[in-house]
Design a protein around this ligand. Structure first.
Ligand code: OAD
Length: 273
């Protein structure tokens, strides 16, 4: 008897048949865990659980380290962590990153929204405008002292971070911050400029490796009109995906699901390293 197809394989075959040509991808930290980068909210290996273990009671809410008011009051905790978080050349993209590139090369990607600041989509070969780094990146930094706003020399910022110190503005001596989005800060203007059009134009939404807990990015899957399939590749359910007819839940290891999807699309090799 023929092996029954999974809903994910059926979705891949529909891509292969040309049914979806304006895919919107939404990714989170789960696409990078296979590369050794911790996610935020996994119960033991996640960054927030690690911070709780290391700092114990001295730490209030571990998300405070990415809170703009805490950073202005004392940037040292963020910079201590930035030493670990700053993208390193040794970390290589995963199959999930290569999936976005594979769809882009075939002209099937409307946009990839990533919440990640690890830079791995760029390393894999995806660049703006197809890539939208909704939570910014470590590629640039600027002075956040009132009225200054000078662009910082990113190599100097990184050197200071590697040396364990807090970088300062070359122009005014004020506080410098990499252009990653903190809680309490607006998202890049390009996010708001792209969102409505992408939501209206998407013919399918593929959500990979995110708990969908942080707004406004988490709103995207709910914002697409009914009838547009939403596909989730994640260890557990996230948001309301699975509640509409046509949704696909591929719960389990992301790298295995991406392998299955790429095979069903007819280009298994495109996601291999
Ligand atoms: P989370 O850590 O909240 O969610 C990651 C999701 O990926 C979880 O549901 C994990 O179970 C899942 N996951 C991890 N590895 C996996 C694997 N190998 N296979 C299957 N599933 C896996 O990360 P995000 O949703 O990206 O924002 O977090 C969103 C935002 O919260 C981040 O961008 C960051 C954070 O605070 C800011 O700092 C502003």
């Amino acid at each position: 008897a023929a092996v029954p197809s999974t809903p994910l394989a059926l979705f891949g075959r529909a891509i292969r048949a040309g049914r979806y040509r304006r895919l919107v991808l939404l990714t989170g930290a789960g696409v990078s865990t296979a590369a050794g980068v911790p996610d935020f909210r996994s119960p033991t290996a996640g960054l927030y659980a690690c911070l709780r273990r290391v700092a114990g009671d001295r730490l209030g809410d571990p998300t405070d380290v990415f809170c703009i008011s805490s950073f202005r009051a004392d940037p040292a905790p963020f910079y201590a962590l930035a030493r670990e978080l700053w993208p390193s050349e040794a970390v290589r993209p995963t199959r999930a990153h290569r999936l976005g590139v594979a769809l882009a090369r075939r002209g099937l990607l409307r946009r990839l929204y990533t919440q990640n600041i690890d830079g791995l989509d760029r390393v894999a070969g995806l660049v703006p405008p197809l890539l939208l780094e909704a939570h910014g990146s470590f590629a640039t930094a600027k002075c956040i002292e009132g009225g200054c706003g000078a662009a910082a020399d990113i190599a100097a910022v990184r050197a200071a971070v590697d040396a364990g110190s807090v970088p300062s503005c070359g122009a005014c001596g004020g506080l410098v911050k990499p252009d990653v989005v903190f809680f309490g800060e607006p998202l890049p203007a390009v996010f708001h400029a792209s969102f409505d059009g992408d939501v209206a134009q998407a013919d399918a939404v593929l959500v990979i490796g995110t708990s969908l807990r942080v707004a406004p990015v988490c709103v995207l899957p709910e914002a697409v009109p009914p009838g547009v399939p939403r596909v989730l590749l994640n260890r557990e359910v996230a948001g309301d995906i699975g509640e509409r007819p046509g949704d696909v839940l591929a719960l389990g290891d992301i790298e295995s699901s991406v392998t299955e999807l790429a095979a069903a699309c007819g280009w298994p090799e495109a996601v291999m390293g």
